[in-house]
Ligand binder design. Sequence first.
Ligand code: BJW
Ligand code: ZN
Length: 297
Amino acid sequence: MAPSSDYKEFTDSLALAKRVVVLAGAGLSAGSGIPTYRGVGGLWKKQDPKKLATLDAFKRDPSLVWQFYHYRRELCLRAQPNAAHRALAELSIRDTRNRIMPSLTSTEPPLFITQNFDSLSPRALNDLADQLTSDEMKTVQNRLIEMHGSAFRTVCTQCKHVNFTYDSPLSPALADTSEVSFETPRDIPIDQLPRCGGPEWKGSNRYAKCGGLLRPAVVWFGEVPEGLGEISKELNWTDLLIVVGTSSLVYPAAGFSKTVRERGGKVAVFNLEPSADDTCDFMFLGPCEETLPKALG
Ligand code: BJW
Ligand code: ZN
């Protein structure tokens, strides 16, 4: 049967669903000016992911890979959440208060899985902080999984210390990396790339002088995405999966809709165009920054 694009029918399914999961991809942030990967103007149309988004690439040329991530990190820092990020953040907090869902058995907000590393969804949630207690906000934040990592986290290749920061640049040598300079990259000596300051351990300086090379805490091809345990548990009892702005070509995320449908849940796709997820119950074509507020508002 062809998927429905009837907003009322979708709202009814949402109201009946006890367990909602959101899966977001690059199209969610396209309206904020962050390029997607595979569409028109997509990153992987211009750049070869094997040279930039694998551990081997990083080992071979950390200077090139860091310039690529610095440039994209800056783009994310300058971007603002759009109406689709805001609509999804509202969905999370309204559910926490049980205002939208009739389910009295669950006060858990939807599990919000994003493949994006741009921090725009966490920022949209934080923008609603004044409507929640700090405990409620923690509950909502704990339900957000950045399955392909974050542009704002680093991990030390030596001591494995993880750090989160919006500071930029992460090392002075990266300061003047723009898109143009990224496309003609400099050869930055390895000791001038971001290095580990170690965790700020009170009473111990065990790692204080680690100084190891940092890498972006993003999930490259061949690496295991984050939060898969929680995700696969949740997909077993998902009533409604809302899939936003992903081409559904990258696994394991590309398989989530099939899992939900096999277990009897419904799938709603919000995309500019039909994607690999065309076997779904609802399909709303158009920019998600327009369709999502309409569907969730
Ligand atoms: C709009 C819009 C608007 C635009 N409104 N919509 C063969 C078969 C099966 C699997 C494999 C295989 N060969 C290799 C694999 C595995 C591999 C894989 O899937 N490769 C495929 C390419 C075939 N996967 C992996 O390696 C993953 N790890 C893994 O499998 O580990 C093994 C394992 C799994 C499970 C358990 C145990 C072990 C890791 C994948 C890591 C992906 N990393 C990246 C880079 C992150 C860092 C960075 O950004 O640099 O993640 S790649 C890139 O793709 C990024 C994205 O998160 C990901 C998905 O892209 P997304 O979000 O779908 O973007 P696009 O551009 O593809 O689509 C945008 C969509 O938006 C389009 O549909 C537009 O129409 C739409 N759109 N504007 C609504 N305004
Ligand atoms: Zn370290």
